[in-house]
Design a protein around this ligand. Sequence first.
Ligand code: NAD
Length: 288
Amino acid sequence: MTQILCNKLAVFGVGLIGGSFALALKQAGAVGEVVGVGRSHANLEQALGLGIIDRIAIDAVDAVQGADIVVLAVPVGQMAAIMQSIAPHLSSNTVVTDAGSTKQDVVALMRQYLPAQLELCVPAHPIAGAELSGATAARVNLYQDKNLILTALPETTMESVQRVRQLWQLCGAKVSAMQAAEHDAIFATVSHLPHLLAYALVDMIVQRENADVLFNFAASGFRDFTRIAASSPEMWRDIALANQVALLAELDAYQAKLNQLRDALATNNGDALADIFSRAQAARQAWQ
Ligand code: NAD
């Protein structure tokens, strides 16, 4: 059994990500009490029943009072209001971290709403997830061997970073660090753009008159390409808006690539098509 590293953990948003974090830390024996805060009481009751949290907080103040660590695992569009509400009630040693998929916006919100707490602010993003939502989707091993990125502020102390790093390592994650801007540029390309593309394809099809027929004959390739279009629309709306600049640049780059393909197809240029397909095939086969 690991020693208790956090006597009280306050989890805002006990869904897939926050719930899995709490479960893994409980299993590791690293936390004392886990208190959950949420928008949906039914979800919190489920989290309680599943042993993800020990108690449902009466309100945000009750949740953060005396907490060693506060983790914000809500859609990024919800973070501002939560930070604003907890700011006056945080202790002088409470670490505030998050699990949001975008990081420059979270850093900016921490600067705006938690200026007195910056030494204790540790933005984080677990590179693990699923298209499932809510406490019932939480899994104790979600973070096993997955990457976790910390984007500390210049003000964040080494001690704060270390406290959060230790917790994620106990969840099985491989922790690394980078600047928030670099993080957002990388994930615009490899995560946010693919989600937009999957949503776009499924939406294009569902608006067709013969959508039923199309879905009926769609098979494994379609399933692989579009799995992530089953993800939470609220979460992905917030991510897209929060990473607007980088995502617009990636959409433009993708559109240019589509135009290359279109030109090759329109001019019966099989060599050009094969060039693109071969380069992509080699890269995809090398990536695992
Ligand atoms: P989720 O929908 O499973 O859980 C979010 C929870 O937050 C829900 O239970 C919801 O009721 C609650 N919530 C919403 N607004 C709230 C508010 N104002 N106050 C308190 N609770 C509130 O979503 P998730 O997948 O766990 O995502 C949580 C965060 O993690 C998001 O910021 C997301 O960008 C990030 N993230 C998600 C994934 C993924 O693949 N799902 C991966 C990495 C990071």
